[in-house]
Every structure is written in structure tokens, then in C-alpha cells.
Ligand binder design. Structure first.
Ligand code: ADP
Ligand code: MG
Ligand code: MG
Length: 926
């Protein structure tokens, strides 16, 4: 009856307002996350599923936005709706808010659309004051409980609403524990708690300069406002920036009747995952504390018990909890993260949300749930992030060695696991020194109090990064993840001294000085003294991952190829599931020790004959290189080969020669010393040759197809080596179709001329070996002019491969190394601009990592359209690093490329990302 009347009151209040601002839990559901926040939608869904949830209501995210729009005023009608809803909760619980007899206490809980753990605030036990506390005592006959609830309220309200220093309260609590001989907060006797409440209030009043609010409605209003304020605290803003959560979503506020876990040993509070979040095992994973409330479990005030022990402490509650957990998992069809409280043996559910999990757990849970019939393979594919696949395949520390190091006391400290991967190296304390050593080939781990953009040049060469301060979104963490470097951030167990070039370990006498070996595990946050060997992961033994990628292969449209220069890389790529080589660079083959002198002779040749002699020497080397790569790409059973794209020589020739500066020093030294005539003449000739090849801007100079046009003999030798290798394999019964790729074409005439020359070679070889060898001829699209004139180039080309590294450089006009070293990361991180409070961001992401859709991407799209227009059979792929980046892969799918080619380690990532792109597309097409 009462409920009926008050429901009408809420409806009335809504009618009087411009909008419905307040929803009872019974009025919401899981689909209303944007409006009610994740927490509100979760409790609503549980309420309607008939689970035991303390009654309450949600003030919508729209109120938060309206509150900020209206200069921090509640929007019209909202307060009345909240009061009407509160009356319903009073009726549902039979308690009165502010009542002396049977007082209703509530929690005021934040909750945005996307969970932002620990970023915003929650106040418990609101509605308590000197009068209502008497009501609580009379009702429960438990003075200790009532004053414990009271002191908790003052503590939380002060911290969150009055912005006082939480340490002040901790300090007092500590002295009370000592005075009363209590080992934990739960043992402080009632009388002491009563005195403590008086002291707490004084502290709050002194700190805030105002009397502590006794009016429960004022408490409520202020707590709601504090939750809104917490949406825009610095922590929350940083978190959203990092996780790319929009700032205009707002937070909801949940006002919920309290249940009490601090009512003795048949009460308690806990958190649990429905499966193990670190390995995905199908077992309940969590912790609880008896006689405790709220955050006590996570706050580490007492040591919580493993959830399975609840079976002994409160068997009936445990049974019920397992059943509810199972129901929720089935209901949401995903692993859940649950919060619960037990009051006098009665279980209450306070939160459910889809659980955060690490890479291994994400993959195992997704695959298991398909096996359990909970989700489809397509859904499983969307549950795993491509980054998870990558993380699972990163090198990690040898487990046995790590255990040994721990047993030997070499585990120094533990910080935040800010960027996964494991690394060891010499500790170095400044970026310049790190750069110097790193460039000299020494493994270094850069250790800093915290990093700034001034440290980036050192980070670029380091094997790993360790900082003493800063969180998961600190500069060090963000940059390290961008670079794919292991990083342990915010390692508060160490103190770094820049000036002394060392760090001290807080809990021991250990000191690590510059040059000492350390090992860091970015996946766990552990820091060790000395070296721990790393091991590569074993893809073949990752059964769940293999299963998942098998599903991915059925769904994706894009082919996944790999960039590989050596047979070893090609084999690895095939093992990872690559279906071709999209880029085999040939210049590495020139760099090898025994060959470099021949290459130099070829470059410095004074006559075509001399050059040809050197090239003749190189031919057998190249032929065996190509045979090696091709063989790795031929199936041993069928003899069928995957496609292999070989790029003819690309870099400027001086890269094969000694540096001009060093030669100059040498020549000067020899001249002043005298007596080394022969050596001097040789060096002088070299100096002259190198000098004549010096370029102002080698990246834009004599390289790529330009080289092959000026020195056709090189291209001809390479083509011969490729086709002869293929012919030899054909004689062994192996079918393989090489694809010859010409770099850096900007004008169709360049390609036409190279093609004419190479066709001549092919015809020659066909005559020699008595049969034509099938091959394809194509070009890279990596300068803007090639993209713009793709319709002219396509008829001369069997395939295009987008070289998006160079295309990004030439479209932006950046040289990558200079840009990343000097300004690009600041562009992405944000510039400090005088007079501007916030950093000014120039670019959303590093365009060398994620393809710039709006600029570079437009050129790609244009070349695809124009290329297909004049050559409908043209094969289109990408071989820049973007081919391994999930967001860029989605773009490649959308513009209709045939394949992506990426580094072998990225192949599994690309298989999943390509499948996700296809699923995404079919959802959009629906
Ligand atoms: P967070 O978003 O930080 O997890 P919550 O709003 O979930 O904050 O609150 C934290 C904890 O406070 C909950 O896990 C629960 O233990 C406790 N809590 C919140 N509301 C209530 C309530 N109505 N009754 C009892 N405990 C509550
Ligand atoms: Mg919570
Ligand atoms: Mg290039």
C-alpha cells in the first residue's frame, strides 16, 4: 500500500520536471549503461533478476552533465525526484532516513558508463548523526557496530566531501588501536570508538573550517555533489585521456540502502571473480573479510581470506554465492567481477561487471566459453584484444631462473606492470648515457625517478624502463607501450638518486649503481638484481590461442603475410600462420661480412667491366639467399609455394660504405704519421668516392628505383638471382611464384623502364634454362605522386604494395628518426604552451604506429580505386609496419586490400585483427 502511494509521488515529481532524472533500481536494466552508468545498470539488472540487492535508486549521467552546464546546480526537479525515490526506499526497507527509531543509512556510489576503477568516490553509512546513531544502537543492541559505522562515515565523508587529509584519521585510529591493545580495527572496543568519533569530528571541523553536517539531507546533497566533482578530478581526467573515454559522458550516482558487513563474525564483505583473471582457470577467485565493510578488503587493513574459505566460515552463504555467480555469468555470458556483503548470514550482491583480465585469461575464458556453449566463436573473437595476443607471445623470464632469483633474495621491489615484456640490462640513470651505451650495443635499462619528453632519446635505445614515480598513465608507461618496451612504473620500493647515479631499495640495504645488471618484468612489475634469462614463448604449445586463431582464419577476408629477410624469419612467419612473404628486403644480404667488400668494390668500380666482375661474384650468394627464402615458403608435403615478394635494392649506396667523417680522420692521421703509402692511397680513393656520393638528404636522394635506373647491372643481377633460384626449385618439383618489387616509384616511366630491362633478363634466362619462369612484377606505392597517379602505374604493375612507412614520411614531410627523436612524441603527448593550463595535443596518435586515415589513408584509398580502375586484377597489399597494427588493419580491410604483411611476431595479432575487422563490417552491413 505505502509503496503504491510513494511510486505515484515519484511519477508526480517526474511530471513536474523537464526530464526523468532518477530511476529506481527496479526501473533499470543492463542495456541502460549510458544513462545509469555500469554500476547502476548492473544493480538494476540484478534486482530484476530477483537477486538479493539492497534497494536504491540511480541519479542519471544526464544529471551530471546538466549539473556542470548549470554552474553546479542540480537541474530542475532532480532533488524532488530523488526525495520521492528515497521515500520508496524507506517503504521498501521499513526504515526512515534520519529517523531516530529505525534509521535508514545509504551509500552514495559513483558509476560511469565505462568502469574507472578507483578513480571516483563512494561514501558509505550516510544518514548517521548523533541522534540516528542512538537509534542504531537501540535497534541492533550493538554499540560497537554503531560507532564503527559512524567513524567510517566521518572518515569517508571528510575525505571525499570536505577534502581533508585521510592520514589525519589513520593516525588517530592507530593511536586508539595501540591504546586499547587492539591488533586490528575490528577489535577496538565500543567505548573507545565512541571517543574516537568525537575526535574524528573535531579533525573534520578543523580541517574544513565548518561544523560537521548533522542534517542527513545536507549530507546527501553534498555527497551527490562530491561524486559529480570526482568525475572531473585530475585522476579521473587522466584515466579517461589514457583509455580514450570521452569526457562528456558524466557519472551516475547510486543511492542505495546500506547493509552491514561489520556486524560481527556472521557478517563480512568481499570481492570475487567468477574465473581466475590471471590464467582464466574456471574457479572462483577472490577474497573476503569477516566483520568488515566496504573497501577494507582491497585497502589491506587486515589480511583477507581466500574466497574458498567462506565454505568453512559461512557454508550456506558460500553455496548461495556460488550459485548466484554462476547465474550471473550465464546471464551476462561473460566472466564477472562481483562485490558482495553478508549481514548476519544474509548475502547481498552489490556489484557485477564484466571482469578485467590479462592476456592469458582473456584467451582461455573466450575459448572455454565457446566450449561451454555460452558464446559463439564470433563472439569469442571479439572478446580478445589483439594486444592480448601480442602480449602472450612476448619474451618472458625463464620461470625457474626467476624462482631462483627470488629465492636468492634478488627480487628488489615491485612496481606497476606498466608495459609487458621482460628485459635485462645495465642500469643507467640518464637518457644521454643510455643513448650512448645503447647505440654501442650495450643492453641498458633506463632508470629514472620519472620520465619526461626530454628522456625519449634514451628510451628509444633502452631494453626496458623503470621509474620510481608515476602510474599506469605516466609518461614512461605511455611511451613504453608505444615503443613496445617493457616498463615497470611507480616502483615506490626504490629511491632513485640522479646525482649519485644509483637507486636504493627501501626494504634492504641494496644499492644498484650505474652499470649494475638489473632485470625487469613489465608483465608483473617485478624488479630483480642481476640478469634473468628471457625465453621466447612457444606458440605451438598455446592451444587455446591456436583454436581462437583458427576461428579467426575462417572469418577474415584479408590475407596475412609477413615481412621476412631471412629463411629463419620466413619459417617463423609460417609457423605463426603467415600465408606469404609480403616484403623480403635484399640489402641485408649485401651487408654480411664476407660480401660487404665485394659490394664496396661494385659500388666503387671505375668501369662497367669492373662493376660486372663484382656483381658476378655476388650472384651466387644472392641466388642461394633466395633459394633459402623460397624453400622456407614451400610446403614440404605438396610442394606448393606461398607467394614471396622480393624488393630490389632500396637504400642509398653510401650505406654500404664507411662513414665520410671517419675516413677523413683516418686519412689525416695517415698523412701526418707518414710511411703508410699504400694504405693512405686506398683510403684516399675511398674518401673521394664516398665524398662524391654524399647527399644533403639521402632519404630523398639516389635510392630506390632511381639506383636501378642509373646502375641497371644491380637490378639485373638481382633479377637473375631470383629467377635462377626459382628455376632450380622448379627442377626439384617445387612450385613457386616470385614477385619482384620495385621501390620508390614516383613516375610511371621509372617503372616502365625497369620493367623493360627485367623482361629482357627473364627472356634470357628462359632461353638458357629452356622454359619460362612465371613471375609477377609490381611496385611499392610509397610516395604521394605514385598514389595520385596510380591509374597510370597500374597497367605496368601486377601488384601494388603500400609502403606506408615511407608514405607516411613523405606525406607528412617527416623523417621518422628525426621526428620521433625531436617533436613527434610531444605532438602526441601534448605540448606545454605558456598561458595554457592543459597540454596542447597536435596529433591523436603517432602516425608511424597507426595509419593516419585522414591523410596517408586517403592516398591509399585513392591509389586502390585508381589502380583497380585501370587494372582490375591488380593485387593490393601493405608492407609498412602498419600491417601489424590492429587499427590500421581495420582500415586495410575497409579500403579493400587483399592482404597485410607484417613482422612475423605480429602475424597472430594480424589474424585476429583481420577477423575482427570482418566481423565489424558485417555488423555494420546488417
Ligand atoms: P567502487 O566503484 O570504488 O568499487 P563502490 O560504489 O562499488 O565503489 O563501493 C565500494 C564498496 O562499498 C562496495 O564494494 C561495497 O563493499 C561497499 N558498499 C557500497 N554500497 C554499499 C551498500 N549499500 N551496503 C553495503 N556496502 C556497500
Ligand atoms: Mg565497486
Ligand atoms: Mg620504402
Amino acid at each position: 500500500m505505502t509503496q503504491q502511494i510513494t511510486h505515484t509521488q515519484l511519477e508526480e515529481a517526474v511530471k513536474q520536471s523537464p526530464r526523468k532524472w532518477v530511476y529506481l533500481f527496479s526501473e533499470g536494466n543492463a542495456s541502460m549503461r549510458a544513462l545509469l552508468g555500469g554500476k547502476g545498470a548492473g544493480v538494476a539488472e540484478m534486482t530484476n533478476a530477483g537477486l538479493p540487492v539492497p534497494p536504491g535508486f540511480t541519479i542519471t549521467t544526464e544529471v551530471c552533465n546538466a549539473y556542470y552546464e548549470e554552474q553546479k546546480q542540480f537541474p530542475a526537479g532532480m532533488w524532488d525526484q530523488a526525495l520521492a525515490a528515497l521515500q520508496i526506499v524507506e517503504a521498501q526497507t521499513g526504515k526512515q532516513f534520519g529517523g531516530r527509531e529505525n534509521p535508514l543509512l545509504v551509500s552514495v556510489r559513483s558509476g560511469a558508463k565505462f568502469s574507472m576503477p578507483g578513480m571516483m568516490d563512494t561514501v558509505l553509512n550516510l544518514g548517521i548523526n548523533d541522534e540516528t546513531v542512538q537509534g542504531l544502537i537501540a535497534l541492533t543492541q550493538d554499540e560497537r557496530f554503531a560507532y564503527d559505522a559512524y567513524r567510517r562515515f566521518i572518515q569517508m565523508f571528510s575525505k571525499i566531501v570536505l577534502n581533508t587529509n585521510p592520514q589525519d584519521f589513520e593516525h588517530i585510529l592507530e593511536t586508539y588501536k595501540q591504546r586499547t591493545g587492539a591488533k586490528t580495527d575490528a577489535e577496538i572496543p565500543a567505548q573507545a570508538l565512541k571517543e574516537l568519533v568525537v575526535e574524528f569530528k573535531q579533525v573534520a571541523e578543523r580541517a574544513s573550517g565548518q561544523p560537521f553536517p548533522t542534517d542527513v539531507y545536507e549530507q546527501l546533497r553534498k555527497a551527490i555533489e562530491a561524486v559529480f566533482a570526482s568525475w572531473n578530478n585530475k585522476r579521473a581526467i587522466d584515466y579517461r585521456n589514457f583509455n580514450k573515454i570521452p569526457h562528456n559522458l558524466g557519472t551516475a550516482v547510486n543511492v542505495q540502502s546500506m547493509v552491514f558487513g561489520n556486524m560481527g563474525s556472521d557478517s563480512g564483505t568481499g570481492v570475487a571473480f567468477t574465473r581466475n583473471p590471471s590464467n582464466g582457470e574456471h574457479e572462483m577467485f577472490g577474497e573476503y573479510l569477516l566483520n568488515a565493510q566496504g573497501e577494507d578488503v582491497v585497502a589491506g587493513i587486515r589480511t583477507p581470506s581466500k574466497i574458498s574459505r567462506l565454505h568453512e566460515d559461512l557454508p550456506e552463504v558460500y553455496r548461495q554465492f556460488l550459485e548466484i555467480a554462476k547465474r550471473l555469468e550465464a546471464h551476462y555470458r561473460d566472466m564477472q567481477d562481483l562485490e558482495f556483503t553478508v549481514e548476519h548470514g544474509q548475502l547481498y550482491m552489490l556489484q557485477t561487471r564484466s571482469a578485467k583480465r590479462n592476456a592469458r585469461a582473456a584467451i582461455k575464458v573466450a575459448v572455454d566459453m565457446v566450449r561451454e556453449g555460452l558464446i559463439t566463436p564470433e563472439e569469442a573473437l571479439q572478446r580478445v584484444e589483439p594486444a592480448h595476443v601480442y602480449q602472450l607471445l612476448l619474451p618472458r623470464f625463464d620461470e625457474a631462473e626467476k624462482r631462483k632469483a627470488t629465492a636468492e633474495g634478488r627480487l628488489l621491489a615491485k612496481g606497476l606492470n606498466a608495459s609487458p615484456g621482460a628485459a635485462y640490462g645495465k642500469a643507467v640513470f640518464d637518457a644521454d648515457r643510455a643513448e650512448e651505451l645503447g647505440k654501442a650495443g650495450v643492453s641498458v635499462v633506463l632508470v629514472r625517478p620519472e620520465t619526461s619528453p626530454d628522456d625519449v632519446h634514451g628510451m628509444l635505445v633502452a631494453k626496458g624502463i623503470l621509474t620510481a614515480r608515476g602510474g599506469a598513465t605516466s609518461h614512461a608507461a605511455v611511451v613504453a607501450r608505444g615503443l613496445g618496451l617493457p616498463c615497470v612504473a611507480g616502483c615506490e620500493g626504490i629511491r632513485v638518486s640522479d646525482s649519485e647515479r644509483l637507486f636504493r631499495v627501501n626494504n634492504s640495504n641494496s644499492v644498484i649503481r650505474e652499470g649494475d645488471d638489473i632485470s625487469i618484468d613489465g608483465a608483473t612489475g617485478e624488479v630483480f638484481q642481476g640478469r634473468i634469462q628471457t625465453v621466447d614463448s612457444d606458440f605451438a604449445r598455446e592451444g587455446d590461442l591456436q583454436t581462437l586463431l583458427g576461428w579467426a582464419d575462417k572469418v577474415r577476408r584479408l590475407g596475412v603475410w609477413a615481412n621476412a629477410d631471412y629463411p629463419r624469419d620466413a619459417q617463423r612467419a609460417v609457423a605463426f600462420g603467415a600465408e606469404g612473404i609480403g616484403l623480403c628486403r635484399t640489402e641485408h644480404m649485401f651487408m654480411e661480412q664476407e660480401r660487404l667488400p665485394i659490394v664496396q668494390k661494385m659500388i666503387l668500380a671505375r668501369s662497367p667491366q669492373e662493376r660486372q666482375a663484382a656483381l658476378d661474384q655476388l650472384l651466387p650468394f644472392q641466388r642461394s639467399d633466395f633459394k633459402g627464402i623460397f624453400s622456407a615458403m614451400v610446403s614440404p608435403t605438396t610442394g606448393e609455394g606461398y607467394p614471396v615478394v622480393i624488393r630490389l635494392i632500396d637504400p642509398p649506396l653510401h650505406e654500404f660504405l664507411p662513414s665520410y667523417e671517419e675516413l677523413l680522420v683516418e686519412v689525416t692521421r695517415l698523412e701526418t704519421q707518414g710511411g703508410h703509402e699504400a694504405e693512405l692511397q686506398e683510403k684516399k680513393a675511398m674518401l673521394e668516392a664516398v665524398g662524391s656520393m654524399r647527399e644533403m638528404n639521402p632519404m630523398l636522394g639516389l635510392r630506390g628505383c632511381r639506383l636501378g635506373l642509373l646502375f641497371p647491372e644491380i637490378n639485373i643481377m638481382q633479377t637473375r638471382a631470383i629467377l635462377e633460384a626459382a628455376a632450380e626449385l622448379a627442377r626439384e618439383g617445387k612450385k613457386l611464384q616470385p614477385k619482384i618489387m620495385i621501390p620508390l616509384v614516383g613516375h610511371v616511366n621509372e617503372l616502365r623502364e625497369v620493367r623493360r630491362q627485367l623482361e629482357g633478363v627473364a627472356a634470357e634466362i628462359a632461353r638458357e634454362s629452356g622454359g619460362a619462369i612465371a613471375y609477377k612484377f609490381g611496385t611499392m606505392i610509397e610516395v604521394p605522386r605514385a598514389a595520385v597517379t596510380a591509374d597510370q602505374i597500374a597497367p605496368v604493375s601486377d601488384f601494388f604494395s603500400f609502403g606506408t612507412n615511407d608514405l607516411t614520411q613523405t606525406t607528412f614531410g617527416y623523417s621518422r628518426d628525426d621526428a620521433e627523436g625531436k617533436f613527434l612524441l610531444k605532438y602526441v603527448d601534448g605540448l606545454d604552451v605558456p598561458g595554457q593550463k592543459d597540454k596542447v595535443k597536435i596529433l591523436p596518435t603517432n602516425p608511424f604506429q597507426t595509419l593516419d586515415r585522414e591523410g596517408v589513408g586517403q592516398l591509399v584509398a585513392m591509389a586502390v580505386a585508381k589502380g583497380r580502375h585501370t587494372n582490375k586484377d591488380i593485387e593490393l597489399g601493405i608492407c609498412g609496419e602498419h600491417g601489424g597494427d590492429p587499427e590500421s588493419i581495420a582500415f586495410c580491410h575497409e579500403v579493400g586490400l587483399d592482404y597485410v604483411s607484417c613482422s612475423p611476431f605480429r602475424v597472430p595479432v594480424a589474424r585476429l585483427a583481420a577477423a575482427q575487422a570482418a566481423l565489424h563490417q558485417s555488423e555494420r552491413d546488417k
